[in-house]
Design a protein around this ligand. Structure first.
Ligand code: CAA
Length: 262
């Protein structure tokens, strides 16, 4: 598939999806979703890719939401389809077996904040702005915002953000736990890539195990979550990277993780 609405690049072991509709502040329409799905297919087929970064083209926006000009004429059935398609691509992102960082370089509103929340964590520029302004359009979040936001920042804060539609800056987003780190705008990309490279150098099996344990663990009680952790601990122990990591420590050298599954 030729991409018009995203730019997909692979830089060594790090893949980048850049949303590329800067004139519409990278608003999400069905073509963006289709192209993102296609890029995710490519990532799934390439085991040399160890980390994915999502970001936005242009100085102003990560994603300013779902495309309002697309949504305005949708019937109820079409709107449900659009919402489900958006949710599906975000579930794919969340379940990707590699870490995904949202590098939020500007507005992350509505569907934009929802895309960012489906990533493993968010790094933001000082210029970034977050919010769920759908209430101002007489609708509600449709790409999982009511669900992921409350899991990330708590029920009361999620309700306040969704019910007021207020837009918050990166500093406040960090304070409430939506964003991991905030950087001066010009430093954001380098800082994100630095963290991506650190994770890319780790064992593939253990990265996936951490992702599975933390994400799945939040949906079960503590005991079941800990049992899930023990199973994954056993898997990592018996993986080639597990053997390599521990042997390298005992031999007082740096590990050489190959990411092989067995
Ligand atoms: N959909 C379609 N077009 C959008 C857009 C969106 N979500 N956001 C911005 N644009 C377009 C504008 O229409 C404008 O296009 P024109 O130049 O052709 O007029 C262009 O991008 C630049 O935007 P502005 O001139 O408005 O820029 P600004 O700096 O004055 O304001 C903004 C920036 C505050 C982000 C403002 O554009 C805005 O409020 N955008 C809408 C934000 C929003 O409501 N997002 C939620 C959408 S609903 C949703 O996402 C549902 C869901 O959960 C799935």
């Amino acid at each position: 598939m030729a991409y018009k609405n995203i730019i997909f690049k692979v830089d060594g072991d790090v893949a980048v999806i850049k949303f590329n509709r800067p004139k519409a502040l990278n608003a999400i329409n069905p073509d963006v979703i289709a192209e993102t799905n296609s890029a995710l297919d490519k990532i799934m087929d390439d085991s040399s890719i160890r980390v994915l970064i999502l970001t936005g083209e242009g100085e102003k926006a990560f994603i300013a939401g779902a495309d309002i000009s697309h949504m305005v004429n949708l019937s109820a059935i079409q709107a449900r389809e659009f919402s489900r398609n958006g949710q599906d691509v975000l579930f794919r992102l969340e379940n990707l077996p590699i870490p995904v960082i949202a590098c939020v370089n500007g507005f992350a509103l509505g569907g934009g904040s929802e895309f960012a929340m489906a990533c493993d964590f968010i790094y933001a520029s000082e210029n970034a702005k977050f919010g769920q302004p759908e209430i101002n359009l007489g609708v509600i979040p449709g790409f999982g915002g009511t669900q992921r936001l409350s899991r990330l920042v708590g029920e009361a804060m999620a309700k306040e953000l969704c019910m007021t539609g207020v837009i918050i800056d990166a500093r406040e987003a960090k304070e409430i736990g939506l964003v991991n780190k905030v950087f001066p705008h010009d430093d954001l990309w380098e800082a994100t890539m630095k963290t991506a490279k650190i994770m890319a150098s780790k064992g593939r099996v253990s990265l996936k195990a951490i992702k599975d344990c933390v994400e799945r663990g939040l949906d079960v009680d503590l005991l079941d979550g800990c049992y899930m952790e023990s199973d994954n601990f056993g898997l990592c122990m018996s993986s080639p990277d597990g053997k390599e990591g521990m042997t390298a420590f005992l031999e007082k050298r740096n590990p050489d993780f190959k990411g092989e599954l067995g």
